[in-house]
Write a protein that binds this ligand. Structure first.
Ligand code: NJP
Length: 243
């Protein structure tokens, strides 16, 4: 595509899969995550397979000062930014009264504050160049209530609120905004979200593959769909209610 695409949370899961697909379509990439070694390995893999430039940056998106330093550096090193995929995020699934203050602030700081910090740096560039696309990975947990994930669900509702408002602000500036709401995906996410494996057990047969979700997101870069629901919540049947 010849575009410059920024992906947060690119060291694994759907972020790494999106990076593979984007590189395959000829995009130059800036990849961000805390695990630098994983990013370096991915960079090596992508640059050996495709004629693209891949820059990697160690970044905790919840550290807003680091975002303010690292993002402009990436924009300058890659000569701009066309698409930002705000993908970094995590959840801890528990009964509401069991969530610790650290977990609550941790989830909000990464899923919401981090996403807003990254968007805030690229927005002036996209507004000035009168083009761009911000894709926010939210969740079905941001659309419907799911048990034992009240805090995670609250963060993803916040992501959708921000996303929908941002779209209105940018509608006349040729800057597109997309929300992606996946159901459960077979990634490392559940190693943290569900240490005991209770939730995973109930949703296993409905799980999406990371490659499938990544392809839907990358397709959205061309169609500029406002919101992608994977799958529609009705398709979950009763599975998410049997915890
Ligand atoms: O999860 P995982 P997914 N700063 O754990 C990074 C949403 N989602 O791919 O920093 C920067 O394999 C982490 O990198 P590292 C979910 O909420 C998922 O499934 O090196 N990066 C890794 O690259 C999230 O928004 C499901 O540890 C940070 C990546 O994020 C997105 O999909 C369902 C970071 C996480 O990879 C990707 O999740 C759904 C930080 N502070 C929505 N913290 C699902 N899996 O079922 C984490 O509806 N990362």
């Amino acid at each position: 595509i010849g575009k410059t695409i920024f992906i947060t949370g690119a060291s694994g899961g759907i972020g790494a899969e999106m990076a593979r697909l984007c590189a395959g379509r000829g995009a130059n990439l800036a990849l961000f995550a805390r695990s630098l070694q994983k990013l370096e390995d991915l960079k090596k893999e992508l640059e050996s397979c495709y004629q693209v430039r891949v820059n990697v940056y160690q970044l905790d998106v919840s550290d807003t000062d680091s975002v303010k330093e690292t993002f402009p550096k990436a924009i300058s090193e890659l000569g701009g930014v066309d698409i930002l995929v705000n993908n970094a995020g995590f959840g801890v699934f528990r009964e509401a009264h069991e969530a610790s203050v650290d977990e609550v602030t941790g989830m909000f700081n990464v899923n919401v504050v981090g996403l807003i910090a990254c968007s805030s740096v690229v927005l002036p560039y996209m507004r000035d160049q009168r083009s761009g696309h911000i894709i926010n990975i939210a969740s079905q947990a941001g659309k419907i209530a799911t048990p034992k994930s009240s805090v995670y669900s609250a963060t993803k509702h916040a992501v959708l609120g921000y996303t929908n408002s941002l779209r209105m602000e940018l509608s006349n500036l040729n800057v597109f905004v997309t929300a992606v709401n996946p159901g459960p995906i077979a990634t490392n996410f559940f190693a943290i979200a569900d240490e005991k494996g209770t939730y995973v057990k109930n949703v296993q047969k409905f799980m999406l593959q990371p490659e499938f979700v990544a392809k839907k997101v990358v397709d959205a870069m061309f169609t500029r769909t406002r919101e992608i629901n994977l799958p529609r919540w009705m398709n979950f049947g009763s599975a998410i209610y049997v915890l």
